[in-house]
Design a protein around this ligand. Sequence first.
Ligand code: BGC
Length: 754
Amino acid sequence: MDIKALVSQLTLEEKAGLCSGGDFWHTKAVERLGIPAVMVSDGPHGLRKQDQGGDHLGVNESIKAVCFPAACATAASFDRALLTRMGKAIGDACQHEGLAVVLGPAVNIKRSPLCGRNFEYYSEDPYLAGEAASAFIDGVQSRNVGTSIKHFAANNQEHRRMSSSSEVDERTLREIYFPGFETPVKRSKPWTVMCSYNRVNGVYASENPWLLTDVLRNEWGFDGFVVSDWGAVSDRPAGVAAGLDLEMPSSFGVNDRKIVEAVKAGKLDEAKLDLACERILNIVYRFTENARPDTPWDKEAQHQLAAEIAGECMVLLKNEGGILPLSKGDDVAFIGEFAKKPRYQGGGSSHINSFKTTSALEAAAGMKVTYAQGYDLAADAAPDALLEEAVAAAKTAKVAVVFAGLPDAYESEGYDRAHMRMPESQVRVIEAVADANPNTVVVLHNGSPVEMPWIGKVRAVLEAYLGGQAVGLATVRVLYGDVNPSGHLAETIPLRLEDNPSYLFYGGSAKGTEYREGVFVGYRYYDKKRMDVLFPFGHGLSYTTFEYSDLRLSADRIKDTDTLTVTVAVKNTGARPGKAVVQLYVGDADSDVPRPVRELKGYEKVLLNPGEMKDVTFTLGKRAFAYWNGDLHDWHVETGDFTIEVGASSRDLPVRATVHVESTAALPVHYDENSILMDILKDPRAKAVLRPVIEAMTATFQSGGEDSDAAKEAITDEMNLAMMNYMPLRGLYSFGDGQLSENFVADALEQLNG
Ligand code: BGC
């Protein structure tokens, strides 16, 4: 299809029309030219195809589909191949249903545990979010169906979500909030990007030329179309100019007319409108020319896949005395309504009309399992009768498993949580059951961390997250050891909400929300402050044990243009086959800019049989060592030593090594009379120019002016140097004992800057 030729045949009105939806879910057709409409659908963990009556909060029924685990869970799998398989399954379903684009993945960073949509997002870590998203996109798009990576950018709260301004400095955007988009855009080429509702530093994402054109297209090479989040458009002509191609849903002509008027008034370059049409039509035809409506959609098979995926995502947080796995011969009590009615997905636009669900109780049919409701989800309470029944069930069982977590209303798209607590009713049940039976295990169904005041009273905790419609199958497999848990936390579970780095500023005001913690998000903050956490980022237990040894680097000195190969041996030292999640963190040992202690820069999931040992290899390039330098306006590596740590979580890193990295890029320097000696003397060239003066001055300092002898003695060379460090060049006159010529500073500056 010659898209440019097609666009040239469109009238101005038709072009403007093409840039907004025909309805809630379709692009517009232009019958005169045979241009078809295509349909898009949420996303991200299954299809929410609404046949009629579109809405964006999942109010109206959609077709029966398969609900896979949400991103909060799939990120914890640390398994790229698994995400690709899930993407392929969703891609097949899209082909079967004639959907051109699935609206996901959602990669926004979990800045606070309070964000109502955390369940839909991957991680507090940008590297992990980017890798997971990329793997998912590869899967979907291998089926010739597009994705819409969302919500670009800095959309990390639901509070005031359609108007709030995320006030974030560029380094923080580049290092924390962008890579989840950048990696997939560069590596996996999503067909579309969805811009977010919020403003970024005052400008709506939907009309932000820096975001949508400079960064996304010019720097990262994005070549698909940008679609607005549903209703995210403020100034439509400004959006077209900035690079927002498609407005969704339909504005019923209002914004189309504004585009036409802007072009006629000379306020919007028609070439920009042409470009938006070309980008939209490219994707429309990419789908229609590859549509395969005969693709089978085997929902039963996908239900099994959903169970398999959920099993790979569950995180065994605690397992005192190896109480898990349970034995199938034991009497076990399943307590809590979630055992019967699992909470397995979140509310809002990602809400899927599951064709079936399997609860843990159903999955345990035929086993020696009794059930007690424990609490009443509908009433958000634990009536005494239910509590007594739960305690009685716990007393007669060998092990009591309490299914708890967050009810639907506690977390959803559209609003944030106000606290991190579970319902009081559920806490009461856990505590009463744990008092009645020392062998108490808790299974959690939640999309974002909860406080666990009861943690010391229970023997084991299995974080099942929102595990999709087959979560019950996976839970029983993990509880009884048919699946060895291998999920690891994609986020820190803090001890209390107040510990979270964004706590003081999260939510903000009508003016916006300030990201004052900067790059210190999640473990980057807790590690820097050496704070205790409930469970650290990357943590996850297994029914076997692993040993890390023999860390090898391909070199101990490299240039920032080289790559470094890191190899580590991992051994299964237990009695069961199991999967280790090998995590690699890099830290700048001595940096001039504030940097995190360590940052995740590589991970691999490896299956090991008992006694088996494998080498795992990582390749690190410049970005693994770099930070965003605002002066350079680029990534920069400071010359110096970097630590490489490898292990099973951000706080369990048994092997480490050091590599020296040398920068090949000179930072732009410009000295003036206010430049201080410390900064100038780092530059060997400058040091040579200033050496005679410094020596003279050090002598003056040491002779001590008016100070008493005692005071003179107390002044050490180190102190002298330290004081000199912060002296501006102009200070040389005042402290140079009148020995410098009047032009000394000017001459020196000329030499230094020349
Ligand atoms: C959500 C998007 C979603 C869209 C369409 C919006 O409210 O923010 O994530 O894809 O609706 O349902």
